[in-house]
Every structure is written in structure tokens, then in C-alpha cells.
Design a protein around this ligand. Structure first.
Ligand code: UD1
Length: 422
């Protein structure tokens, strides 16, 4: 297994290009299942999760090809000759459940393996299933698979989400585009990836209003058409790299960065003593006066502070002046990076969903283990500012969500390399 070697070597400077959003792409790709006509995505990220979704769609009969060095994904679901999403692919990635809604809406039948638990918590799919039931789907759970059917098609209905789940909103939104009549999604998630999905579906002919608010109304149509859609900027990759000059000092421009994608995060950076300004090409980040100050953070659904940036923010706060309290409200087991950061000298106490971080002067390099996608990048960020060498093992987690991480960080002067397993 490959590992990444990082040596702390002072301030960073230069530009980092931000890719298209993994989480948007993972919901835009299944949208191809809704139409017989081609769907093309531009600005796609090159990641192993995208490859997993490619394999899943291909297993259902879709044609998927990657063009322009992988940045363009051309898909056609003219013929779908299989309606079962098998466990061997679904188990690799929870977002596989996003084929359920579109497959059911288009073909009237779908059999999708339950994704199971994952490292950051139990993550059930009950909200996805309740939403489809509200649209008339009949569901049965058999031997680890959801068997969904709607022989006469889905019907519009009102869905009241008990929690504003991102994935459940996406599944319901896609399914509702082909349901008969009007569907209203209440307490819908408001994430930019959902706005992006709605835009793409509208370009395909769907009738949707209210995306980005907590109430989305969809008027079902008989069919959807082909479209070309540009994937929105990855706000989590953006936030991650914004933390690099915050942690190491220096000044970095994030190409394609937008404050509106990360306003709660930018407010916390401001309190912590980090300056974020808009430039012609994106965002410029640097420290205000050299010192990082402690700040309390609570993760929330959008527009709140994203859970997907909690680990990276913790890496910053490890060397802040004072004590910060981080509350994780979205996932129940998302502090696995804390013991690894402690191996690097961080002072962190975890009690349930709360982590208390008291800043130390300097972290020290150490061998550490990546436990999930965002945890792994937090260890790299910590290593960039630590004294000595940090070796991050199990970097396959990183390949799921960060393209060319070594190249991008080297481009701004970081001392980082990937060591391939012999
Ligand atoms: C998406 C993102 C993930 C991000 C998360 C929260 C993708 C591919 N992944 O995940 O990176 O961390 O949003 O911003 O877009 N829940 C249930 N029942 C359900 C669905 C969810 O109880 O049916 C719970 C989950 O266990 C979790 C919470 O709701 O505690 C949030 O999950 P959700 O918003 O659905 O996240 P995902 O769509 O899985």
C-alpha cells in the first residue's frame, strides 16, 4: 500500500487549482439513468470514487467513457439491461445508493444492495427508502438488498425528511423528475451539490423549483433529454487547501474558489486569524498577523460548517493559541483523526461527539494512519507544519476524494512525496 511522506518546511506560496466536486459528480452520474439520451459532465474530478460509480453504471448497462484526461464523462443509458446494483460494487462506496431513485423511476424496478456501515458511523438509508415510498414505491428488504418496484410508475407526493439528508434528497429529487404529478420535498438538504444536481436535471428537461431552500417542488415530466453540464467546484477540496497556508503560513490562491460555497467555514477562519479575500481567479488565503487563535466549531448541514472539513480544521487548531471545542453533529464516529494527531503531539480530548483541542507550539512528525478520506488529508495538513517527517499510511482513502494531492501541494512549495509500495 502506498504512503505519503510530508516534511514541514515553512510558508507556502502560489496557486492551487480546485477540481469539480466529487460529491456533486457522484449524484450527477446516476442522473444519466433517467434518460435514454446522452448526459455529458465537464469539470469532473479524477478520483477512485468516480471510477467506482463508472463501474456501477456500466454494470447496469450504461455506456460511460472518460475523455480529455478524465475531466469529461460522457454517458449514455440508452439501454439498461440490468436492474441490480450488486454488493461487490456498492460496498466500496455508500453513494452507490444514489442509483436507486433514478433506476426505479426509469424502469419501474430496482434491486440495490444496502451499502452497510462505514468507518464514520452507521449511516442507514431509511430516509432514502421512506422518500421513495412516499412516491408510491413498494419496497422489500431481502438478503441485504432493497427490492423496489413501481410497476405503474412513481406518483408525486409529499416527502417530509426527518433530517435534511443530502443523499436522500438527491435520490428523491431524481426519482420525482419522472413521477406522475407534483412532489414536494420538505426539510430538503440545501447543499450546493443539490443545487448543481437540480440545474443539471433542469437542463435535461425536469421541472424543479426551490433547490437551495428547504422546500423543493418537482413537477414530474414524461421523459428527460440529453444535456451537457459543468460540475460545480469542490467546496471540500477548496476548504482543505485553504487550510494549507493557514497552517503553514504564506499566501496561496485557490483557483475557482468561491466564498458562497463555504461562508460558515470562512467566518471561522476569520475568527481564527486567517484572511480570505476574493481575487479575479478565486480566493487568496493568508494569515492576518502570524498567529492562529482558538475557535469553537459545530458541524451542521449546509449552510453551516461542513462535517467534511471538521478533521482538517482540527489540524489547524492543534497549534492555535488557546482551547477550541469541536462538536460533531452529523456523524457519530468522526474523530478518528484525533488519536493520530495526538501521535504528532496534539493535545486533544474526545468525549462522545465533542473534541477539545488545546493548542501546542509545534506538532512533531510521526508515522500515522489514514482512517477515512477527510481524516487522511487532515494528517497531511498537520504534517506540512510539523517538525520533521510525517508518514501517512493507507492513502487509498485519499485517492477517493483528492486528485493529484502531491502535485497540487508541491506546486505551492510543500515538501511532500508519494511512496509506492514495492
Ligand atoms: C453526503 C456526502 C458526505 C457528507 C454528508 C454530510 C456524498 C457522496 N457524501 O453523505 O461527504 O459528509 O453528505 O454533509 O455526497 N442518515 C440517516 N438515514 C438516512 C440517511 C442519512 O439516518 O437514510 C443520517 C446519516 O447516518 C448521518 C446524517 O444522516 O448521520 C447525514 O447523512 P447524509 O446527509 O445523508 O449524508 P450522505 O448523503 O451519506
Amino acid at each position: 500500500m502506498d504512503s505519503i511522506l510530508v516534511r514541514g518546511n515553512g510558508p507556502l506560496s502560489g496557486q492551487i487549482p480546485i477540481a469539480g466536486a466529487k460529491n456533486a459528480c457522484l449524484t450527477l452520474m446516476p442522473a444519466t439513468l433517467l434518460s435514454e439520451e446522452p448526459l455529458t459532465l465537464t469539470n469532473a474530478p479524477r478520483l477512485s470514487d468516480i471510477q467506482t460509480m463508472t463501474e456501477l453504471l456500466q454494470s447496469l448497462g450504461a455506456e460511460v467513457s472518460r475523455l480529455q484526461d478524465g475531466k469529461v464523462i460522457a454517458m449514455s443509458s440508452h439501454v439498461l439491461d440490468n436492474n441490480t446494483a450488486h454488493y461487490d460494487i456498492v460496498r466500496k462506496m455508500r453513494a452507490s445508493i444514489l442509483v436507486l431513485g433514478p433506476l426505479l423511476a426509469r424502469t419501474g424496478q430496482a434491486i440495490v444492495s444496502l451499502p452497510g456501515g462505514c468507518a464514520i458511523g452507521a449511516r442507514p438509508v431509511d430516509l432514502h427508502l421512506r422518500a421513495l415510498e412516499a412516491m408510491g414505491a413498494q419496497l422489500e428488504l431481502k438478503e441485504g438488498y432493497v427490492h423496489a418496484s413501481a410497476p405503474k410508475g412513481l406518483k408525486g407526493g409529499q416527502v417530509d425528511f426527518a433530517f435534511a439528508s443530502v443523499g436522500a434528497t438527491e435520490n428523491a429529487l431524481m426519482a420525482a423528475t419522472l413521477a406522475k404529478g407534483t412532489t414536494i420535498l420538505k426539510n430538503a438538504a440545501r447543499e450546493p451539490e443539490i443545487v448543481d444536481l437540480a440545474r443539471c436535471l433542469r437542463a435535461m428537461g425536469a421541472q424543479i423549483e426551490g433547490e437551495g431552500s428547504s422546500s423543493i417542488t418537482i413537477q414530474g415530466v414524461d421523459r428527460l433529454y440529453g444535456a451537457t453540464h459543468q460540475v460545480v467546484t469542490d467546496r471540500i477540496e477548496l476548504g482543505t487547501y485553504m487550510l494549507a497556508p493557514a497552517i503553514c503560513g504564506g499566501e496561496v490562491e485557490l483557483l475557482g474558489g468561491r466564498i458562497d460555497l463555504l461562508s460558515a467555514f470562512c467566518e471561522k477562519l476569520d475568527t481564527a486569524g486567517i484572511n480570505v479575500s476574493e481575487s479575479a481567479k478565486g480566493l487568496v488565503v493568508k494569515r492576518k498577523n502570524g498567529e492562529i487563535r482558538a475557535v469553537d466549531v459545530t458541524t451542521e448541514p449546509f449552510p453551516g460548517f461542513p462535517t467534511d472539513l471538521q478533521a482538517q480544521m482540527m489540524a489547524l487548531l492543534c497549534t492555535a493559541e488557546g482551547t477550541s471545542v469541536l462538536e460533531e453533529k452529523i456523524f457519530e464516529n468522526r474523530f478518528m483523526h484525533a488519536p493520530e494527531l495526538m501521535r504528532m503531539g496534539a493535545n486533544i480530548e474526545v468525549h462522545g461527539g465533542t473534541a477539545t483541542v488545546t493548542g501546542v507550539k509545534k506538532l512533531k512528525g510521526a508515522p500515522v494512519m489514514a482512517t477515512d478520506l477527510r481524516a487522511s488529508v487532515s494528517l497531511i495538513l498537520a504534517g506540512l507544519a510539523a517538525e520533521g517527517e510525517t508518514k501517512v499510511a493507507r492513502v487509498y482513502h485519499l485517492d477517493r476524494g483528492y486528485e493529484h494531492v502531491v502535485r497540487k501541494l508541491r506546486g505551492v512549495g510543500a515538501d511532500i512525496e508519494r511512496i509506492s509500495a514495492a
